[in-house]
Design a protein around this ligand. Structure first.
Ligand code: ATP
Length: 233
């Protein structure tokens, strides 16, 4: 579904991604692991066209999307939930969902704002509340729900657990498990336990390069990899 081939992404002269390649098959949940600054966010932003790679190729469902602007990539069926969630203050939960509706969407809509609220009662209870007043966990749920309204076939989640209490992390995990039957997911994280529970495949990034690619089952058997490349959970 998604093939990232040897991408190089820069911030000015700073060479953030130095030849990253990865593969996500339709129906998979894949985790991109790595410490702070390893290049996880930059990889997701490179796929989405937010920080376009200078070299390399990104293929989505057989189409070369490298160089397309982010809004075109979104329309092709990829959604990114950024690390900072970007909930719109001053808009209610419902309005935050409503603004994400793509007017030109062809075909059947699976995720209208109403359908999202029916599926996630926790958000339904908050439907009239200002997005700015939500807790971190509620904002993360809303950010994912808002991405769903764009009808993605591939969902990119940037550190969905960051700063959240364990009980909320568990809910985010359940949400990912739930979505996985219909949506392909690539998410980032800094440590392994969540990836082991919710992803089948993992990549570890270090200094803008892929240091490990394999199944999460193999990663589980390899504690020394975790020590070498990742934060201790
Ligand atoms: P984090 O958990 O901190 O988000 P990450 O693995 O997602 O880490 P990136 O945010 O992709 O890492 O950063 C990769 C490298 O690019 C780092 O060296 C970082 O300092 C640099 N970088 C990221 N964003 C920018 C930017 N806007 N301008 C300049 N350098 C940046």
């Amino acid at each position: 579904m998604l093939t990232v081939e040897d991408i190089h992404t820069y911030y000015g002269e700073s060479h953030a991604l130095q030849g990253v390649s990865l593969e996500v098959e339709a129906g998979e949940v894949v985790c991109l692991l790595g410490r702070n600054g390893a290049g996880k966010s930059t990889t997701l932003k490179s796929i989405m066209g937010v920080t376009p790679p200078r070299r390399g190729r990104v293929m989505f469902e057989g189409q070369d999307i490298q160089g397309l602007p982010a809004h075109r990539i979104a329309r092709l069926g990829i959604a990114l939930v950024p690390e900072d969630r970007r909930i719109f203050p001053g808009l209610s939960v419902y309005e935050n969902l409503e603004v994400a509706m793509q007017p030109g969407h062809a075909g059947e809509r699976r995720w209208t704002p109403e359908r999202v609220l029916d599926t996630y009662p926790m958000l339904a209870e908050l439907r009239h509340q200002d997005g700015a007043t939500l807790s971190g966990g509620q904002q993360q749920m809303l950010a994912i729900a808002r991405a769903l309204v764009t009808e993605p076939r591939l969902l990119l989640l940037d550190e969905p657990n960051e700063g959240l209490a364990p009980v909320i992390v568990k809910q985010i995990g359940e949400l990912i498990d739930d979505l996985a039957s219909t949506t392909t997911i690539l998410f980032t994280d800094q440590s392994v336990p969540f990836a082991l529970r919710h992803a089948q495949k993992a990549y570890i990034l270090q200094k803008g390069q892929v240091a490990y690619a394999g199944t999460t089952a193999e990663l589980r058997e390899n504690p020394e990899l975790q020590e070498r490349y990742l934060s201790v959970a």
